[in-house]
Write a protein that binds this ligand. Structure first.
Ligand SMILES: *Cc1c(COP(=O)(O)O)cnc(C)c1O
Length: 375
């Protein structure tokens, strides 16, 4: 038997809520479960408006439309991220401008952003890697001085905070993911958080195929028609029903993940002190959500051997992003500013360990083999 890297956790109520949606006879989007999920997100994050989408990718695409990104515009982001962070803007003709990451959190290095700004720059997209916040005060300050929008890629950031503020509530817009590899899941799923009130109404329209359907249903307009560009970005009620079961348990899920994370962290302290690995670093002003437990090994060769050794013991561990600025599409559509040395070096050395609810019984065994493999 192989201990997988991820296994989706289910609370037990998902099918019951899906049965309720089935009984209600409302299967399209924006029924009662979607409304409950949106309200929960607004209450938990303080966002002005939360809108469920069918993925975080979709929420990022909506954000790019809302930000009015035009061909030739530039958007600053880390290279060490998932493809959707860049793709959403490239689809609108923009150029992703990649900057290096900080060696501690692996988040965008906020001190490098200003040097990457040109007269074509329109937005900054901080990605909260592993659910640990980017330096948002500095980023918001740069954005304000240069009149740029900040779009948080908070795909991994639900239930995390920065200086006490929930991730996704700080930028003008933010995107969350409920993909089955994330903490709170619906298979595929996401949400757009709108913090700038001036963008809230247009967000609803873009999500509803460019129509004013949402206003029509609220009785604010007397006919429903095509008013803007848009697409179908909303999930079915069946997905929202599943997601609602997860949201109800979000505190307990997060706590159990944090317990696993901390058990790893305590167990690897000795390895770290002896210079065999580097453990995750969470700044004191950030509260994380235990989205990930990653180790940095001394070199690519050591990482390759480490993954193979664990695999031989039936434990699956995986590396993460290929830096976007070195990828075929990244080379074609984007450009890097600076030497990107931390991105290049750390992406070769990083490995992620299994972290999922239900793996607690295997934890001791995994830790034992990790310690042996890192020697
Ligand atoms: C998972 C992830 C996404 C994409 O989320 P989907 O819901 O699968 O579209 C985007 N950005 C980051 C940083 C992610 O981790």
């Amino acid at each position: 038997m192989i201990i997988p890297f991820n296994k989706p956790y289910m609370t037990g109520k998902e099918l019951w809520y899906i049965a309720q949606a089935h009984h209600n006879g409302w299967l399209a989007g924006d029924g009662s479960f979607t409304k409950r999920c949106n309200a929960w997100l607004e209450q938990r994050t303080g966002a002005r408006r939360a809108l469920l989408t069918h993925s975080c990718t979709a929420a990022l695409e909506m954000a790019a439309i809302l930000a009015d990104i035009q061909p030739g515009d530039e958007v600053i982001m880390p290279s060490y991220t998932f493809v959707s962070t860049a793709n959403a803007f490239v689809l609108r003709g923009a150029v992703p401008v990649f900057v290096d990451i900080r060696p501690d959190t692996l988040n965008i290095d906020e001190t490098l952003i200003e040097a990457a700004i040109t007269n074509k720059t329109r937005a900054i997209v901080p990605v909260h890697y592993a659910g640990v916040a980017c330096e948002m005060d500095a980023i918001m300050d740069i954005a304000a001085r240069h009149k740029l929008l900040v779009i948080e890629d908070a795909a991994q950031g639900i239930m995390s905070s920065y200086q006490g503020r929930p991730l996704g509530s700080i930028g003008h817009l933010a995107a969350l993911s409920f993909h089955e590899t994330k903490n709170i899941i619906s298979g595929e799923g996401g949400a757009l958080l709108v913090n700038d009130p001036a963008l809230a109404e247009r967000a609803e329209i873009i999500r509803e195929k460019g129509t004013n359907r949402s206003q029509f249903f609220r009785g604010q307009v007397d006919k429903y028609t095509w008013v803007d560009i848009g697409s179908s970005f909303l999930p079915s009620e069946l997905i929202a029903a599943f997601l609602w079961a997860q949201m109800e348990e979000a505190d307990a899920i997060t706590q159990r993940r944090l317990d696993i994370w901390q058990t790893y962290h305590d167990a690897f302290l000795d390895l770290e002190q002896r210079g065999k690995v580097r453990c995750p670093q969470v700044p004191a002003h950030c509260r994380h959500n235990a989205h990930m437990y990653q180790l940095l090994l001394p070199s690519l060769e050591k990482r390759t051997a480490f993954i193979a050794t664990l695999k031989a013991q039936g434990i699956s561990s995986v590396f993460h992003y290929v830096p976007l600025h070195t990828s075929p599409a990244g080379l074609r559509h984007g450009r890097a500013v600076g030497d990107m040395r931390h991105t290049l070096e750390l992406s070769d050395r990083l490995v992620r360990l299994p972290l999922w609810l239900g793996m607690e019984d295997h934890l001791e065994e995994i830790i034992h083999h990790v310690i042996a493999a890192a020697e």
